[in-house]
Design a protein around this ligand. Structure first.
Ligand code: 9MR
Ligand code: 9MR
Length: 590
């Protein structure tokens, strides 16, 4: 009797279960396991990073949450570190899992990750939201419920009564007189409109159309123009082009630098804004960014004459005149402080100032050359050509010219081809050297290895921008190393990073809720308007907010006043949108 009890297999099993449940507690979710919160494409690389020194060399596994089966076992990498952070990380690789589904990483004694998805067309929805974000930035039009859902709002800033600031006065338009300058997008978290940044943004979005026409043509962002025959991307861009055209003085072809209130508005709705707006000083940088984007738009809008009759010719003419003005006024640079000593009212909004217009000359000359084929522009492009490729940003647009030359290289004349080949070689030198960083960087992305990667707007101007350039390199060479590195930068932006944020509003399990964005802040809706990329970690901390850390890649705070780390902006959004759409297009074609 006694013996039977002892050998009873059921009791034995019970005993075993009790013991193991003592030692193997249910793992808790550990937010130091960082991964792309939007998920992974089935046949691409899949990495996660654990921010914990003890994670190095540790065994981990991946569970399919539907079948509850462990589908993969692996070992974490040796520890990684950087020169700017005391934190150590370890990389988990599970690219072998290719079956779409919902999964979770488990690391004994450390914890489990948040659930994540593996699926095709992964970025499609977010890429569409990235483009839709521009619609929400539109000025001078009611943002209506059928297009905007709960983020609808009445129109604001009609800008049909804009005053000529003394800095912008000309014989035909004296200080204090009025012009009409409606439409366009709000620049960023603020409500002003700046030609330099607008031209750059339009250029990036037009490049997206030139590089991925088939993908872009099937995109429906549900905007008021969606029913016409023009792709939504071009309709959206037109909203801003229409405004930019009004910023050119018909008398001399010069272009006003910006349209702004003297100081920033409060965090109120557009419809509540009452302050007088002004156009400020004509500058060479505004004229050239205007000339470049108008020339580029001109060659693209020939395809949509039915919806936009005469626009293409009008833009080319405007572009030539702006360029000529800049040739005559190359030193007309925007210097806000000096200007404020001479003119009233003082202007304290975004400066978009510059010390040289050489890179703007290069970009404008290349676009005019590509559109017209005229050697006079090619000669100037050669004169201003950069010695190295640099990522295109509003303050240095030479990269924009390089990208266009490379894009059109094969259709140019002999002289043009030579310049395009040089630009291509320089772009690939950049991409090769950037790609090397991923093997060593703490979050296994090409972006984020050095302290200098973190600055005002770095999520876009560095991380997304580099992703975009990797995809251009991939188009040029078909070398998958570039595609993989583009994916790695996207993984970084979407969660595999030092703060654990997925930096796109409305996406991921931890994303910005309080961007420095007057539209989101004033609409009475808890969730910010979706699809926006926020600026990112910035040790400059110019906003003097209480950041949680001094470590460069952790200098980010999701609070409304943090304009230095948590603002949104159209130029940043354009690079991110290009990146997301190009990546989804690349991975969908395969
Ligand atoms: O809201 C402004 C933001 O768009 C700018 O990027 C930033 C820097 O120019 O300035 C923000 O405005 C702040 C101003 O500079 C200082 N007072 C508080 C304003 C709102 O946070
Ligand atoms: O994007 C701009 C960034 O490169 C600069 O470092 C920063 C400070 O000058 O200004 C950023 O641009 C802001 C602009 O001046 C006003 N609107 C908001 C923009 C984004 O913060």
């Amino acid at each position: 009797m006694k013996a039977i009890h002892f050998y009873n297999p059921f009791l034995f099993l019970l005993f075993f279960c009790l013991c193991t449940s003592c030692t193997q507690k249910e793992l808790e979710t550990n937010d130091s396991i960082r991964l792309n919160q939007v998920g992974f494409y089935p046949s691409e690389e899949k990495l996660a990073v654990v921010v914990a020194e003890e994670a190095a060399y540790k065994k981990f596994s991946v569970r399919n949450l539907k079948t509850n089966q462990t589908v993969f076992k692996g070992v974490a990498s040796p520890p990684r570190s950087s020169s700017f952070s005391p934190k150590k990380t370890a990389v988990l690789s599970f690219s072998e899992i290719e079956t779409p589904g919902r999964y979770q990483i488990e690391i004994p004694s450390i914890g489990k990750s948040e659930p994540f998805d593996i699926k095709g067309r992964l970025l499609q929805d977010m890429a569409l939201a990235g483009l839709k974000a521009f619609y929400y930035q539109r000025t001078a039009i009611p943002i209506e419920e059928p297009y905007a859902g709960k983020w609808n709002r009445p129109a604001g800033h009609p800008d049909d009564n804009v005053m000529i600031h003394p800095s912008a006065a000309s014989p035909g338009r004296p200080a204090g007189s009025f012009i009409s300058s409606p439409k366009g997008w709000y620049d960023a978290g603020d409500y002003n409109k700046y030609v330099v940044n607008s031209g750059f943004t339009v250029g990036v979005l037009l490049s997206l159309f030139e590089d991925y026409p088939a993908y872009v043509m099937q995109m429906n962002t549900q905007i008021p123009e969606s029913a016409n025959t023009t792709p939504d991307l071009l309709d959206e861009i037109y909203w801003n082009l229409a405004w930019m055209l009004t910023m050119q003085d018909p008398a001399d072809g010069g272009v006003y630098h910006k349209l702004t209130t003297p100081g920033f508005e409060g965090f109120i709705t557009p419809a509540d804004c009452r302050k007088q707006r002004y156009v400020i000083a004509k500058t060479a940088t505004a004229a050239l960014d205007f000339a470049a984007s108008m020339a580029q738009a001109s060659r693209i809008f020939t395809a949509v004459e039915a919806d936009y009759p005469g626009l293409s010719d009008k833009m080319l003419e405007a572009s030539r005149r702006a360029f000529d003005w800049a040739v005559k006024n190359p030193d007309a640079l925007y210097k806000q402080e000096e200007m404020n000593k001479r003119f009233k009212p003082a202007i304290t909004t975004g400066a978009y100032g510059d010390r040289s217009a050489d890179d703007e000359f290069f970009w404008a000359a290349t676009e005019l050359y590509i559109t017209t084929g005229e050697n006079i522009y090619l000669n100037l492009a050669e004169k201003y050509a950069p010695k190295h490729f640099t990522l295109p940003v509003w303050s240095n647009v030479s990269g924009m010219g390089c990208l266009s030359m490379v894009r059109y290289g094969q259709s140019l004349n002999e002289k043009g081809k030579i310049l395009a080949d040089k630009m291509k070689a320089r772009l690939l030198v950049y991409a090769d050297s950037a790609a090397k960083n991923a093997e060593l960087s703490p979050y296994a992305a090409a972006y984020g290895r050095e302290a200098k990667d973190f600055f005002w707007g770095c999520n876009s101007d560095a991380a997304s921008n580099q992703g975009m350039v990797f995809l251009v390199a991939w188009l040029l060479t078909n070398d998958t190393k570039y595609l993989t590195n583009a994916i790695r930068n996207m993984d970084y932006i979407l969660g595999r990073n030092a703060t654990g944020y997925c930096y796109i509003t409305g996406y991921g399990y931890k994303s910005p809720m309080h961007p420095h964005h007057r539209l989101s802040a004033s609409d009475g809706i808890e969730e910010p308007i979706p699809g926006f990329l926020t600026g990112g970690p910035n040790p400059g901390k110019q906003d003097r907010c209480e950041y949680p850390s001094d470590i460069p890649d952790e200098c980010y705070i999701d609070v409304e006043p943090s304009y230095a780390s948590n603002e949104i902006a159209i130029n940043w959004q354009s690079l991110f949108t290009y990146f997301a759409i190009a990546l989804d297009a690349s991975l969908t074609a395969n």
